[in-house]
Ligand binder design. Structure first.
Ligand code: SF4
Length: 722
């Protein structure tokens, strides 16, 4: 490693690949391999490799912008902060605290997510806070909590994937979303294991599978139930495990037995022999896993769909055992940590429930406030956005671009325009920032230090490698300044380590316990898995046979501040002894198939499903501003089966419109035999005419409040070339 290299992590997805950053003599920043970080072992995808371009982008904001005469004009920090504080103060006094809302992001560091939740509840006193992570993993979190008593995306390290016997990968395409993770699936097959991919499209990941099941979008709940039916019918259940480690089997079994394979074939389009083959591959080895991602989760029945896959794991004894289990491949960079520290509408730091009196007392004590002063749960992300301009009059957005990423996006854009006041903190002028009254330019990944928690529950230190440009401040400084202007002088430090020290105390004793983790440990141990209490071993967790972390790096540069006397090793593998439920047993949740919120009809005869491409990330606010990535993926497209394209008279590259009850999105046709003829696919990273989320359905899951991004009824129309 060159002397000046700083070990840090990628700004993008939940793999949080390790990388070294070096600053050259011309102040240019270069990415170098960081082989000591065990998750990516030096590998990076195109997004991570080009991430330094964000630091020096000509599109970078370096001055606050304030709307004057209808236009955003450069302004000083004091003027901009005064305007925001004045608007928030005015709204809460005129309409009450819930007239102020806060919208966060799954890319914010743990410290920012924590400070934002505290700011909303302590400074503004509002219940109206949620974040874009609601659109990411909320269904998996709800189903995992119901079954295991606790949600941690992967309750085991990724390295276990390479050593298990079979993986069913449902609605996930790591070949495009997190390419370095694909290595684990390749190694799985090299080690004699098998990979089953469930996806309506023959993706680059599906091409590598031993078996590809391509269900109709919105029917993977039926698919999982059909597999469970066959498991029971073929006598492949693990009765001793069910008896000793679970509850609720009889109800779940009865629900699954109503889903006959022939019925499941009719609903899903997956032939019965393929269902039987999947059961054979999954049940034959000693160990197996089911991993889900946005495919099954982003549905109005996402919680039940994930629950059905968990039931399959439980019935076959594949959870809470070595090299076996259910896991969710979280998407956003801090998708895991972002949901643990209090920016979610219903949660307090430490993954505590906002409605739990003991949790409220604990957190209120850390915050130095009366527990009764803390508001109750607020609206979920889409419901909050839908209420803008009604009882919600002002909104502060941090780390999110809902104009592109929210469902029914044209309506969300309208609601944002209906606000009395909108403030956005961002690195660039995102499509949401363009609508704001005040935009604050903030620091980004390599310009600041903070922690993230990757998809494995591994807490990481993302270190500052370069100084931020002049005129830019951190989100923590923004919250510090706003709190002071709103009368709260203390409790919002701008120093991330100070915030982390408080976060540790707030999380102590909670499900996501970080109290035994310090910056120094993170630097020296290359990450620590939660739960990691200051001293005791946590309930529902086992430390497993290794810490799963990399070698100690030494010379961290961080003080021993707060280092517990007795060091807990962290918890790479959970549930090996018991689940995190009261009785230590996992719970089957009985579920049944139901149609999607919108099924095809005469007017809208096709199904739209949305997703991602390798060279872009989420709403594209960052990656669309990197030349190399733009060249690789310059715009949206509509993927069509050749038979559908022929019916429409559309050739490769012809513009076509995808039309739903909510609007239309236009993009060039991309013809592929790898997609079902009844389905079209669009990536959602772009704004404007090709914005896929103009079309998507905001129907919500009753439990997780996840919108139905993954399936809605559409028609496709040819569009004249101008
Ligand atoms: Fe790794 Fe994800 Fe960054 Fe790519 S985007 S380098 S997979 S963390």
């Amino acid at each position: 490693m060159p002397k000046s290299a700083t070990p840090t992590h990628c700004p993008y997805c939940a793999l949080q690949c390790g990388m070294n950053l070096t600053v050259g003599p011309d102040a240019g920043v270069e990415v170098a391999e960081r082989a000591d970080f065990p998750v990516n072992r030096g590998a990076l995808c195109a997004k991570g490799r080009t991430a330094p371009a964000l630091l020096t982008s000509r599109l970078r904001l370096t001055s606050p912008l304030v709307r004057k005469g209808g236009k955003l004009e450069p302004a000083g920090w004091d003027e901009a902060l005064d305007r925001i504080a004045g608007a928030l103060d005015g709204a809460r006094h005129k309409h009450g605290p819930d007239a102020c809302a806060v919208f966060g992001g799954g890319g914010l560091t743990n410290e920012k997510a924590y400070a934002l939740g505290k700011f909303a509840r302590v400074v503004l006193g509002t219940s109206q806070i949620d974040y874009n992570g609601r659109f990411c993993m909320s269904s998996a979190a709800a189903a995992g909590t119901a079954a295991f008593g606790l949600d941690r995306g992967l309750p085991f390290p990724l390295e276990d994937v390479a050593r298990t016997g079979c993986v069913i990968l449902v609605g996930s395409n790591p070949a495009e979303t997190m390419p370095p993770a694909l290595r684990y699936f390749t190694e799985l097959r090299e080690n004699g294991g098998t990979l089953i991919v469930v996806d309506p499209r023959r993706t680059r990941t599906a091409e590598q599978a031993d078996l590809h099941l391509a269900p109709r979008p919105g029917t993977d709940l039926a698919l999982a139930l059909g597999l469970l039916h066959l498991v029971v019918a073929e006598g492949r259940t693990d009765e001793a495990y069910i008896r000793e480690r679970t509850t609720g089997w009889e109800e779940a079994r009865a629900a699954a037995m109503a889903h006959w394979p022939e019925y499941v074939e009719r609903v899903t389009g997956v032939p019965v022999p393929q269902l039987r083959e999947a059961v054979r591959l999954f049940c034959a080895p000693e160990s197996a896993m089911v991993l889900t991602a946005r495919g099954p989760e982003q549905q109005a029945k996402g919680t039940d769909t994930v629950g059905a896959w968990i039931n399959l794991c439980l019935a076959t004894g594949r959870a809470g055992r070595p090299l076996s289990g259910y896991g969710c491949l979280t998407g956003q960079g801090n998708g895991q940590g972002g949901r643990e520290h209090g920016q979610k509408a219903d949660q307090l730091p430490g993954y505590r429930k906002l409605t739990d009196p003991a949790a409220r007392r604990h957190v209120a004590e850390v915050w130095g406030v009366d527990p009764d002063s803390l508001p109750g749960p607020g609206r979920s992300a889409y419901e909050l956005l839908d209420a803008l301009g009604t009882d919600i009059r002002t909104l502060l957005v941090m780390g999110s671009n809902p104009v592109v990423s929210a469902p029914r996006a044209a309506h969300v854009e309208e609601r944002l325009r209906a606000l009395d006041f909108l403030a956005v903190c961002d690195v660039v002028l995102s499509e949401t920032a363009e609508l704001a009254d005040v935009v604050l330019p903030v620091t980004q990944w390599a310009e600041e230090t903070g922690t993230t928690t990757n998809l494995e529950g591994r807490v990481l230190l993302r270190r500052q490698a370069v100084a931020p440009p002049e005129g830019v401040r951190s989100d923590l400084e923004v919250l510090h300044e706003l709190a002071a202007r709103l009368g709260v002088e203390k409790g919002f430090p701008a120093d991330p380590e100070e915030v982390f020290e408080e976060l540790r105390r707030a999380s102590a004793g909670g499900p996501a316990d970080y109290s035994g983790i310090t910056y120094r440990r993170l630097a020296e141990e290359n990450g620590v898995f939660w739960p990691c209490p200051a001293s005791e071993r946590p309930v529902g967790a086992a430390t497993g046979d290794s810490t799963g972390t990399g070698a100690r790096t030494g010379g961290s540069g961080f003080s021993a501040k707060g280092t517990p006397a007795e060091v807990h090793p962290g918890t790479p593998r959970m549930f090996l002894d018991r689940f995190a439920t009261e009785d230590g047993r996992a719970r089957f949740v009985p579920v049944s198939h139901r149609p999607s919120a919108e099924e095809p009809d005469e007017e809208y005869p096709l199904l739209l499903t949305t997703g991602r491409v390798l060279a872009q990330y989420q709403s594209g606010a960052q990656t669309r501003r990197v030349d190399e990535l733009n060249a690789a993926a310059p715009g949206p497209f509509v993927e069509l089966h050749p038979r559908l394209a022929a019916r429409l008279g559309a050739a490769e590259g012809d513009p076509v419109a995808v039309v739903s009850r909510r609007g239309r999105a236009t993009a060039p046709a991309r013809i592929s035999a790898g997609i079902r003829p009844d389905t079209v696919f669009m990536p959602f990273h772009w704004p404007g005419a090709g914005r896929a989320n103009t079309v998507t359905n905001p129907a919500l899951d009753p439990t997780s409040r996840m919108p139905e991004f993954k399936v809605c009824a559409v028609r496709v129309e040819p569009v004249d070339r101008d």
